[in-house]
Design a binder for this molecule. Structure first.
Ligand SMILES: [Fe+2]
Length: 612
């Protein structure tokens, strides 16, 4: 049975072609349209999926979509508005002004310098009138409740309009392809639950989904057992950890949908104790569940962002997210007796939260679905509707996108008038270039599915130089507070990281952080964050032999089994998809070398290599 899984059209529209529980092809539309987080029907990726697999539209048995019809979604959205009203009027609040004054007194004096910030205690700079408004609208009762309710109603209105718009677009486009009669819709969190469970290869697992919003919910707990899913609990919107994190991301001046990772990076510099009590006072925590008051009121985090250091604000939100997520997981592990936990949903892109869940004594293992955001939902539904029954294989690869022939690559190189060579030992040549301090981009094989570059669309560099996090990010037009992530030879993993047991499958896809060993901190300082963690990709030879060979050759030269692996793209652009994207990013980014297919290209205008 063949299913075309289409992820929600509102953001990260993605196509997955799944046959009997096996993913044949999966890729996000943004890679083809070159519009980050593409919204709208994924026509180009669908075309690429059909071309790559040779499947004709007529052979597709089911089109699986992870949202209900818009009228049903509208009812769930209106229920959420009623819940916001109920909770904001019944929740017994602590005196916020007193808690904030106590928090003011906990702000440390600091003289450390943090790359990307003007000073360690930098706050968001706003004029006095704005600051007064934020305080009144966000942190003063009863105005804050009124503004929270107003934001909730506005969100609901917009969300219903969007559901209607995407519902109509989906039906129109499927109609053109003659596939409308095969459309099967489902509740959103089923798709997150399905992708994490079926890809884990586990016989029995506790399934935890956490996201911003989906079909009236922002999370769920299920049990997966022998190929079947059973829902145990729902986390109702508006009590959304995703929304909570989006509001602080926005209030810290970042894009709420794209830059949560910057807040995770920033959090490691701050002191969570400054504001955690303030944040937790807005939660009602119950066994296995929780609620958040005035969660849609963005002026609350706006107020905090102008009053407290950015790093302490980030640290508190990160800490509170971890505390609440751990409490939930701990309860449900104990309730079900299942210590193998699988995670999915946009919030589980938070690699540090995933580490904290993995570290729980009651948790035996953690698997995070590699495309954990809504881009993975089409695959989840594809698995669900075609699953043949029983237990599957653990997900082997995320190299599920398009690939390009040598002839196509050569043609693009010629068009760009680039001189290239075809080395006999390309991995050895790349390793030698990296050893001499060059930055090398690699374009090879099938494109990665999901947000991470895993070697086939990656920029590589040695991990000895911690300054790389400034100068290379600058060259690529990025600002990051988390260091680049390392790729590490599977066999050498224990030399580099602590606490891998039970999370090694996840670590093949860069979805979780680990504490680094002293050896790693000493030899790969560029890949270790200020809190001593890193987010590795553990690479096994059989999963990507040529990529493995690059790291192996570098290991022979340097005795270091790690390289920095960052995504091959320019500022705010999607990761490169085609040879022409790769050549453009290589030239624009002033990257020293491009390994593309079997060819190697030195940059025609080289920048001085850095050796350290
Ligand atoms: Fe979602």
């Amino acid at each position: 049975m063949k299913a075309l899984g289409i992820s929600p059209l509102d953001k990260d529209a993605t196509v997955s072609l799944v046959e009997d529980g096996r993913v044949l092809f999966a890729a996000g539309e943004e890679r083809f349209s070159r519009r980050k987080h593409h919204a709208g029907f994924p026509s180009r990726s669908l075309q690429a999926a059909l071309e790559a697999t040779g499947v004709a539209p007529g052979e597709i048995d089911v089109v699986a979509y992870p949202f209900l019809a818009w009228e049903s979604e509208a009812k769930l959205i209106n229920n959420a508005v009623a819940e916001e009203k109920r909770f904001s009027t019944t929740f017994s609040r602590k005196k916020l002004s007193k808690l904030l004054e106590q928090a003011d007194r906990r702000i440390p004096n600091r003289d450390l310098s943090i790359p990307g910030l003007l000073s360690a205690n930098q706050r968001m700079a706003k004029g006095p009138l704005k600051r007064l408004f934020y305080r009144l609208a966000g942190a003063t009762q009863p105005l804050s409740t009124w503004f929270g309710m107003r934001a909730m109603r506005q969100w609901a209105k917009d969300a219903i309009a969007f559901h209607k718009k995407w519902h109509e677009e989906l039906e129109t486009e499927l109609g053109k392809l003659g596939l409308l009669d095969r459309l099967r819709r489902s509740e959103h969190h089923l798709s997150h639950a399905a992708n994490s469970y079926f890809a884990s290869g586990l016989e029995r697992a506790l399934i935890v989904t956490i996201d911003g919003y989906g079909s009236g919910l922002c999370g769920s707990i299920s049990v997966g057992e022998h190929g079947k899913l059973k829902r145990l609990h729902n986390f109702e919107f508006p009590h959304s950890l995703g929304t909570l994190y989006e509001t602080v991301t926005s209030s810290l001046g970042f894009h709420p949908d794209r830059h949560a990772g910057k807040v995770v990076g920033l959090a490691a510099y701050g002191d969570p104790d400054v504001l955690s009590e303030v944040l937790l006072s807005r939660f009602e925590q119950r066994p296995g569940d929780y609620s958040i008051v005035e969660n849609q009121n963005i002026y609350f985090s706006r107020h905090l962002s102008t009053r407290f250091p950015m790093i302490d604000l980030a640290a508190a939100y990160q800490h509170v997210l971890e505390v609440v997520a751990r409490n939930v997981v701990e309860y449900w592990v104990s309730n079900t007796g299942i210590g193998d936990v699988v995670l999915s949903g946009g919030v589980t892109a938070n690699v540090k939260m995933n580490q904290r869940i993995h570290e729980l004594d009651c948790v035996d293992s953690v698997f995070v679905y590699p495309n954990m955001g809504d881009g993975g939902c089409g695959t989840g539904m594809g698995y669900y509707v075609t699953w043949p029954g029983g237990v599957g294989e653990p997900m082997q690869t995320a190299y599920l996108g398009p690939q390009f022939s040598e002839a196509e690559i050569q043609s693009e190189l010629s068009k760009a008038n680039l001189e290239y060579q075809r080395p006999k030992d390309l991995p050895g040549m790349i390793a030698a270039q990296l050893m001499s301090g060059k930055v090398v981009a690699r374009f090879a094989g099938r494109m990665e599915y999901g947000p991470r570059a895993l070697g086939n669309r990656s920029i590589l560099y040695h991990a000895r130089d911690p300054e790389v996090n400034q100068w290379l990010n600058q060259r690529l037009g990025r600002t990051e507070f988390m260091p680049f992530a390392p790729v590490t030879l599977w066999e050498e993993r224990h030399r580099c990281y602590h606490g891998l047991d039970g999370a090694e499958h996840s670590a093949e896809f860069m979805t979780i952080t680990f504490d680094c060993t002293d050896w790693m901190k000493q030899h790969c300082p560029a890949a270790v964050h200020v809190d001593g963690t890193a987010r590795p990709q553990l690479i096994r030879r059989e999963k990507n032999p040529e990529y493995y060979a690059i790291v192996e050759e570098f290991y022979k030269l340097s005795e270091v089994p790690c390289l920095i692996n960052t995504s091959f793209n320019m500022h705010e652009e999607p990761i490169v998809c085609s040879p022409s994207d790769a050549i453009r990013a290589f030239l624009d980014g002033r990257i020293d070398g491009l390994a593309i297919g079997p060819f190697y290209v030195a940059h025609p205008e080289p920048v001085r290599a850095r050796v350290s």
